[in-house]
Design a protein around this ligand. Structure first.
Ligand code: AMP
Length: 421
């Protein structure tokens, strides 16, 4: 019987070179910007006790339907879940370590959600993001948004819009929720069956519905920004005037409620117009001033964002920016003697910081020259019997088609000079 063949699990992908180098380059862009803004990197576990996630989003799909959860082999077993996002883990880490505030961290890594896969939606996807704990100054909100904006700008993306909203605070929410619920109940008959179910669980999330039949009711619904307390309104005004000061464009989007329940006050999303509507959210974030306390810590304000690496790169493809970095070697070594010269020449070049590659298995000169061409290398170094006898090697510039011989001992210096041009 034939052995079974396997494929990557549904909703996951192997990321091959050069796309993998492109993703690393993107993370490096983000790391450099975050580092400059005073953030330190955090690495946290890929899985947590499921309670970490349940505490923060018992009414959201991400937590109720989309978690990859499992029991470990302990006695009694511990109920764990692959992280669907990182804010909850970081708040858990904050409560565990009690670092000095403000605590400013950045991260990059995979998240897991049991979603229905489609273009730009995967079960394992990568996010880069930041979180700041311990500051409720609205100017921090401005800086956080400016950091995300600078990231998209640095990648070369020109068609990413910032959508902004305030979800108020626990004091203004009850009155708003009352007004919203009354409106939705009045119009429940006009809503989709799914929206009616959501209405019972969490009226705010009805505003998230993308279903056409719900839009008229949603459009007529009261909006949070009209129900802010003076304090939350002043906080929001400070955020918008800070953005104005930095010349960062935004659109007030009163329906923006975002997927997770823990958000308060400032919330924002970045929409890439180069992508189709259903996947145009390339990142988002906001304040979550109650989350640390929900996880058993002291009352601590927090704010952060998560940017989707996969979708951001799809937006880069659509705009034709941020290509994969070149991965061609500087030199391809062709050894028609016995292969051992290619071994030492490659190692000498690599030790000197140059990128060198070769062919294996004693192939013909013609086949090796073909491989050299395919590799994209700028130079081929050719070692043959003639060269060996004179202590010299041939260096061929594959772009210009020029060829010269140099003493073997001077090769590294020669290559260094030739590739620096
Ligand atoms: P969220 O944590 O849901 O606010 O997501 C933040 C960003 O992560 C989104 O704007 C997307 O770019 C990205 N994202 C969320 N879920 C997925 C997914 N299933 N597949 C790919 N990217 C995702």
């Amino acid at each position: 019987m034939a052995s079974p063949t396997f494929r990557a699990p549904k909703g996951t992908r192997d990321i091959l070179s050069p796309e993998s180098e492109r993703r690393r380059a993107l993370v490096e862009v983000f790391a450099a910007l975050a580092g400059r803004a005073g953030f330190g990197e955090i690495e946290s576990p890929l899985f947590e006790n499921i309670g970490v996630f349940l505490r923060v989003g018992e009414t959201t799909d991400i937590v109720t339907k989309e978690m990859f959860d499992f029991h470990d082999k302990g006695d009694p077993p511990e109920h764990l879940a692959l992280r669907p996002e990182l804010t909850a883990s970081i708040c858990r880490a904050f409560v565990e370590h009690r670092p000095v505030v403000p605590w400013k961290v950045w991260y990059a890594g995979p998240q897991f959600r049991y979603e229905q896969p489609q273009a730009g939606r995967y079960r394992q996807f990568t996010q880069v993001g930041v979180e700041v704990l311990g500051v409720d100054d609205p100017l921090l909100d401005v800086e956080i948004i400016a950091l995300a904006r600078r990231f998209y700008d640095t990648l070369g993306l020109g068609r990413v819009r910032l959508l902004l909203n305030s979800l108020g605070d626990p004091t203004c929410r009850p009155a708003y929720l009352e007004a919203l619920t009354a409106h939705l109940l009045d119009h429940a008959a006009e809503l989709s069956p799914q929206a009616r179910v959501t209405l019972e669980r969490n009226p705010l999330r009805v505003l998230d519905s993308k279903r056409a039949e719900d839009q008229a009711v949603i459009d007529a619904a009261p909006v949070m920004v009209d129900h802010l307390t003076d304090e939350s309104a002043a906080h929001f005004a400070a955020v918008t005037s800070g953005l104005d000061r930095l010349g960062i464009d935004y659109e007030i989007s009163p329906r923006l409620v975002r997927g997770l329940d823990y958000y308060t006050r400032t919330t924002f999303e970045f929409a890439a117009d180069a992508l189709p509507g259903a996947q145009n959210a390339v990142g988002g974030g906001g304040r979550y001033d109650g989350l640390v306390a929900d996880l058993g810590g002291p009352d601590t304000p927090g704010i952060g964002f998560a940017l989707g690496v996969d979708r951001t790169l799809l937006a880069c493809d659509a705009e034709g920016v941020f290509p994969a970095p070149a991965t061609a070697p500087d030199v391809f070594v062709v050894d028609v003697v016995d292969g051992t010269h290619a071994l030492t020449v490659c190692e000498d070049l690599r030790a000197a910081g140059l990128a060198a590659d070769r062919a294996y298995g004693g192939r013909s000169m013609k086949a090796q020259m073909k491989a050299a061409g395919r590799s994209g290398a700028r130079l081929a170094v050719i070692v043959g019997d003639d060269e060996l006898a004179t202590g010299r090697v041939t260096v061929r510039d594959l772009e210009r088609g020029e060829q010269t011989t140099v003493p073997r001992d001077d090769l590294v210096e020669h290559v260094r000079r030739a590739t620096a041009q």
